[in-house]
Design a protein around this ligand. Structure first.
Ligand SMILES: Cc1ncc(COP(=O)(O)O)c(C=O)c1O
Length: 334
């Protein structure tokens, strides 16, 4: 660990520790203990997950079987949910001696794969309006019965209302989430079990219908979620070095498409406009060109946390300009 951000090789992914700590505290106040099941897909770091476990959130969500494997390898074994469908169940079954692993299923085929792989417990994943995974309510009971006949524990239901994360008007968001969760409740009445799992950072303030909320981005945030006025601030930035200054009005720094997840648009900069990103470059139009010289450092805010983190090997944890720790992005490529 180096002691100042000025010595970091760029582009460098940087986490502001005081902001991260405030985000955790704000979420703990809203969703204490097992009311929150942190989703590791956003930050892909078992070091970070361990901090959340130590806060009293021992149950995690993952998006891929390999994220589950990484959590088990790090000893985070108490209650892991693969909040996603998979046919790749063999290793999940093998790990079930060491960890409580639950897998979402929404079809006979994914249920058969769970049984075949030796998975011991499932949630029935319900379509609550996002055109992605999840079955219709009228299929849920039959799937749950089949799972129980096969000897699996059916722990309940999940339904991810991802299409409602970015509804800006809070009362409209609450109304629409309530309608989506009414679908999930109907399924839960049929399926049984203790768990009703759903939600995410964007709906964490309004979704009072789930027994647990699957949120991950709140830890680090990004410019898109920042628009919602949630009680979380941006903790994640990419540090870059100015490598060229052009008197026609722009400067160029050494972080581009390979340093930022760009599906939600350009990163943002506090000292001017981001003109565009190319593979290894970002071209910036500063408010004051005269303020900038080759060798200066710039900090840019990513628009989408998950794919940005996945591009980097580690996060440098900083307090101001002091580097205090580094967290490997060890669930990367998983
Ligand atoms: C199944 C599932 N649950 C929850 C989330 C919420 O994650 P976040 O809090 O990062 O928005 C996601 C994000 O894509 C997801 O796919």
């Amino acid at each position: 660990v180096t002691d100042s951000t000025s010595t970091l090789t760029t582009p460098a992914l940087v986490v502001d520790r005081p902001t991260f700590d405030r985000n955790r505290a704000a979420m703990d106040a809203m969703l204490p203990g097992r009311r929150l099941r942190p989703h590791v897909k956003a930050f892909k770091s078992t070091a970070m997950a361990s901090v959340l476990r130590d806060d009293g959130h021992p149950a995690f969500c993952a998006a891929t079987p390999r994220e589950i494997e990484g959590l088990v390898a790090a000893g985070l074994v108490e209650d892991l949910l693969l909040a996603n469908e998979t046919l790749d169940t063999e290793r999940l079954g093998a790990l079930s001696d060491r960890a409580l692993i639950t897998v979402a299923v929404d079809s006979d085929t994914t249920l058969d794969a769970a049984v075949r792989g030796g998975v011991r417990s499932v949630l029935i994943d319900i379509d609550v309006g996002l055109p992605r995974c999840g079955c219709d309510v009228d299929v849920a009971g039959r799937l749950a019965d089949r799972a129980r006949r096969a000897g699996l524990e059916v722990r309940g239901v999940m339904g991810y209302e991802g299409h409602l994360m970015m509804v800006h008007d809070r009362s409209q968001q609450r109304e629409r989430v309530e309608a989506a969760m009414a679908i999930l409740k109907r399924a839960h009445d049929i399926v049984g079990g203790d768990i009703v799992s759903g939600g995410g950072t964007g709906t964490s303030r309004v979704n009072t219908w789930c027994t647990e909320i699957q949120a991950g981005s709140y830890t680090l945030m990004d410019t898109q979620y920042d628009e919602l006025g949630l009680p979380f601030d941006k903790a994640l930035s990419v540090l870059a070095t100015v490598i060229s200054v052009n008197t026609k009005g722009w400067i160029v720094a050494d972080a581009g498409l390979k340093a930022f997840g760009m599906d939600h648009g350009n990163p943002s900069w506090d000292h001017g406009d981001v003109l565009f990103c190319s593979d290894e470059h970002v071209t910036l139009s500063p408010f004051e060109l005269a303020d900038w010289a080759v060798g200066d450092r710039v900090r840019l805010w990513p628009a989408h946390v998950d794919p940005t983190v996945a591009l980097h090997e580690r996060m440098w944890v900083v307090d101001g300009e002091t580097v205090i720790d580094q967290w490997p992005v060890d669930l990367r490529n998983w």
